[in-house]
Write a protein that binds this ligand. Structure first.
Ligand SMILES: Cc1ncc(COP(=O)(O)O)c(C=O)c1O
Length: 441
């Protein structure tokens, strides 16, 4: 058996971690996960930590859930992977039918990650417009501070300068529709600006792409359902298709199965990933209406085929996990059970009174504790996230925000423990509350 420091040394020798500055990674203590149980991760020394990030926003029912474990094992006894290119596969077929029943969308195109779900949606929207004869509709509209993944198309519609700025010369231009810092704030003025932008882009847009209600990677920025509905009406009037990215918000995170369930928006294309398999295996789906699908039909030599596909598209193990996860949603009435959990998280967050907490954002079980004002180089939110580990809690920061996005299975007591850990970590990192500077005083 290797020791914790041997694991860390091997990691530092061989791995390149996502969204991680290696020089910082070298300096900080490394937590190496070996296994998990329920909502807890267990490190190589046997220490347990609440998984307050849902293993990057994907775990739903907890780790090693007996039902999902059994479904994946049963699928292993049949086949681990076969291709969807030119062949059908029973498990993917079953999941496609299940997703159609769940979402009301007619067609499912499978891929592997949130990024590919969006990448596929962009290509479908573009090609659909072309094949409907709207050859001038070649551009995309997207929100400020949007995040849709890390492939080049999804980065192009992304709008977070820190993540996306360096790639600008590689990207296509998007019409940038302003989104508010928080729901209700300044929305009327932003809608006027959006109306102007959509008018100017009239006839040139293939699609408007958006994260409904919560812009997760922007630090859980929220907008109202009415704001989104107004934008979508403008986008439709400009001839754009609507693409909803529910990669983060899907599968219960906002308190409803999909964030769109809280709106009257009915997009042409829906992207899901992360929680689709309960957070077990990489699987994504780009769902479309039959009308969109129809634009791709015709004799082969009309070249209307969607020429896109990935090796592990519709992977049977991942589809089996997804089917078991959807069974659990139904049988255990997961969405109904969220109400007291969301309230417990809200109450706990309301108790965070340290003056360095400048804002708390929460929709359902997606929350961000925004800290400030601190100089960027102080990396306060990062240090708070690291200090939470001493309390047995794993959270991550996004900019100035400490993000809390627990598995839906987490119980109120553990939700309170997470917020208490952030509070005590903040005390240790930022010091005790002193007389807070009061604006205007
Ligand atoms: C809204 C949204 N879209 C797309 C993605 C990209 O998903 P993935 O990391 O699986 O490529 C993310 C990831 O956080 C996301 O939050």
């Amino acid at each position: 058996m290797r020791t914790a420091s041997e694991w860390a040394a091997l990691d530092r020798q061989y791995l390149w971690h996502p969204f991680t500055q290696f020089d910082e990674w070298l300096d900080q203590p490394m937590l190496v996960v070996d296994r998990a149980e329920g909502v807890e991760l267990i490190d190589v020394d046997g220490r347990r930590y609440l998984d307050a990030t849902s293993s990057l926003w994907c775990n739903v029912h907890g780790h090693r859930h007996p039902r999902i474990d059994a479904a994946v094992r049963a699928q292993l006894d049949k086949v681990a992977h076969t291709t969807q290119l030119g062949l059908g596969g029973t498990t993917a077929i079953e999941l496609g039918a299940r997703l159609a029943r769940l979402t009301g969308y007619a067609r499912t195109f499978f891929s592997d990650s949130g990024s590919t779900a969006v990448e596929v949606a962009l290509k479908i929207a573009f090609q659909c417009q072309q094949q409907r004869g709207h050859t001038g509709r070649t551009r995309f509209a997207a929100l400020t501070e949007a995040y849709h993944g890390d492939t080049i198309g999804s980065v192009s519609v992304g709008g977070i300068p820190l993540f996306h700025g360096v790639y600008k010369p590689m990207l296509f231009d998007a019409v940038r529709i302003p989104s508010p810092d928080r729901a209700g704030e300044n929305e009327a003025a932003l809608l006027e600006e959006a109306a102007r932008l959509f008018r100017e882009a009239d006839g040139t847009l293939a699609a408007f792409v958006f994260e409904p209600l919560v812009q997760g990677a922007a630090g859980m920025r929220t907008h109202s359902a009415a704001f989104l509905e107004a934008l979508c009406t403008m986008a439709r009037d400009a001839g754009a298709l609507l693409v909803a990215d529910e990669v983060a918000t899907g599968f219960g995170r906002t308190g409803t199965m999909f964030a769109l369930d809280q709106t009257n928006v009915r997009p042409d294309i829906l992207c899901v990933a992360k929680g689709l398999t309960g957070g077990y295996l990489p699987l994504a789906a780009t769902l479309t209406t039959e009308a969109v699908f129809d634009a791709f039909r015709g004799p082969y030599t009309e070249w209307k085929t969607l020429f896109h596909g990935h090796t592990y598209t519709g992977n049977p193990l991942a589809c089996a996990a997804a089917l078991a996860s959807l069974d659990l949603f139904e049988e255990e009435r997961i969405i109904e059970g969220l109400v007291p959990k969301i309230a417990a998280l809200r109450d706990a967050l309301a108790g965070l009174t340290h003056p360095a907490v400048v804002e708390v954002r929460q929709v359902g079980l997606m929350a961000a504790i925004v800290l400030g004002p601190f100089p960027t180089e102080a990396r306060v939110s990062h240090h708070v996230a690291l200090a939470c580990r001493d309390e047995g809690v794993i959270v991550r920061c996004l900019g100035d925000a400490v993000v809390v996005m627990p598995p839906l299975a987490m119980e109120p007591g553990d939700l309170r423990r997470i917020v208490a850990a952030v509070g005590s970590a903040l005390l240790r990192v930022a010091g005790p509350p002193t007389a807070a500077p009061i604006a205007g005083a």
